[in-house]
Design a binder for this molecule. Structure first.
Ligand SMILES: C[S@@+](CC[C@H](N)C(=O)[O-])C[C@H]1O[C@@H](n2cnc3c(N)ncnc32)[C@H](O)[C@@H]1O
Length: 347
């Protein structure tokens, strides 16, 4: 007979409560939108079995107990440091690191958490450096579609956004953000001021019919994962305010306005890549979807400095996905990943 290892059971209600924290969302995005978002997020939490849920919740609880922390968000690695009041002399660094590793793999980062550098697979600070000069966040409400663990949610707040809401359907990333948020807020009894940042477990499609719009909508690294990129762009248009801006970042290929790569199979080992347009084709897509004033901010070839394996994401990464004889190609023979960053308006 094989040994049976007990995993602590956790009710769906507790999981939803810990992972879907929308405290004070309504103050920034309005009660009708906030209530409906929470309802949909909790519905998803209740309808899905989260195999890793107990492990994540333990990590979130352990970090909450070490809060509240002081935040410095306007830096490459948003920093969570012990508050002057409580101190954190009781937190050995290796314990913090072990807790954060419970939430691996960390795809986006870096973060600095109680002295531990969460060195994620992606140097998201490099992407942020490319966009920050082109976008005014001061006093703006931000919606980050496909936010991952909320790296850009935190950076937007660091750049002066009044509120930043991320949505992402991947539970692990929602759990990573929940851990950072719990750490910043600390035990509820201390009633700390709330961070005006959230990541809810929703896809862009889940926002249909919700009265939600934002002044700055970030949509980075998602378009090529959508089977129907035109529908995705139309949905993005509907969540940008009349005076707002869309910040779109996506894979592109060299070519003219009629060039779109549809990989036969994988692209750089990813199964879920559907369409990669040229920059000129992307202009056409955006204009057809009703966007105007489209501006190209940057095109960068992704380097092994920006995307690589680390202790917090120890499996294969970009270097393993390139052709060993010609690093300008992926191992499937497609052009190596390069990403365009654009802004577009709706009026
Ligand atoms: C490549 S990551 C990009 C993360 C981050 N925006 C960045 O640029 O670093 C793509 C993210 O989009 C999320 N995603 C996939 N489909 C989505 C959808 N329909 N709506 C919102 N997010 C989606 C995935 O869960 C994943 O976290």
């Amino acid at each position: 007979m094989s040994a049976h290892i007990e995993t602590p059971s956790i009710s769906k209600h507790d999981a939803a409560r810990a992972l879907v924290d929308a405290t004070s969302l309504s103050a920034h995005f309005g009660a009708p939108a906030a209530l409906e978002l929470v309802r949909r997020a909790e519905q998803r939490a209740h309808s899905q079995v989260l195999g890793d849920g107990p492990r994540w919740l333990q990590a979130i609880a352990a970090l909450r107990a070490r809060g509240p922390t002081e935040l410095q968000l306007d830096r490459a690695a948003p920093r969570f440091s012990p508050s002057a009041d409580l101190g954190d002399g009781m937190s050995p660094a290796d314990e913090v690191e072990a807790t954060l590793l419970q939430l691996s793999p960390w795809r986006k980062g870096p973060f600095e958490v109680l002295g531990t550098l969460v060195d994620a697979e992606w140097r998201s600070d490099m992407k942020w450096a490319r966009l920050q000069a082109a976008v005014n966040f001061a006093g703006r409400r931000v919606l980050d579609v496909g936010s991952g663990n909320g790296y850009s949610v935190l950076r937007a707040l660091g750049a002066g956004a009044s509120a930043a809401l991320g949505v992402d359907p991947t539970w692990l990333y929602v759990a990573q953000f929940a851990a950072l948020r719990a750490l910043s807020v600390g035990p509820e009894s201390l009633a700390q001021p709330q961070l005006a940042g959230w990541v809810l477990p929703l896809a862009l499609e889940d926002l249909a019919g919700v009265p939600l719009q934002a002044d700055v909508v970030l949509a980075m690294g998602v378009l090529y994962h959508r089977k129907s990129p035109i529908d995705h762009l139309e949905r993005l248009r509907s969540v940008v305010t009349k005076t707002g801006v869309l910040v779109l970042e996506t894979l592109v290929v060299p070519g003219d306005a009629r060039t779109v790569l549809v990989p036969e199979d994988r692209y750089a080992a990813m199964r879920n890549v559907w369409m990669i347009p040229s920059v000129d084709a992307l202009y056409v897509w955006l204009r057809r979807c009703g966007f105007s004033k489209v501006e190209l901010i940057d095109v960068s070839v992704t380097t092994e400095q920006e995307q690589r394996a680390t202790a917090f994401m120890p499996s294969l990464s970009l270097a393993d996905f390139l052709d060993t004889r010609d690093p300008q190609l992926t191992k499937e023979g497609h052009p190596r990943p390069r990403r365009a960053l654009l802004t577009a308006r709706v009026a």
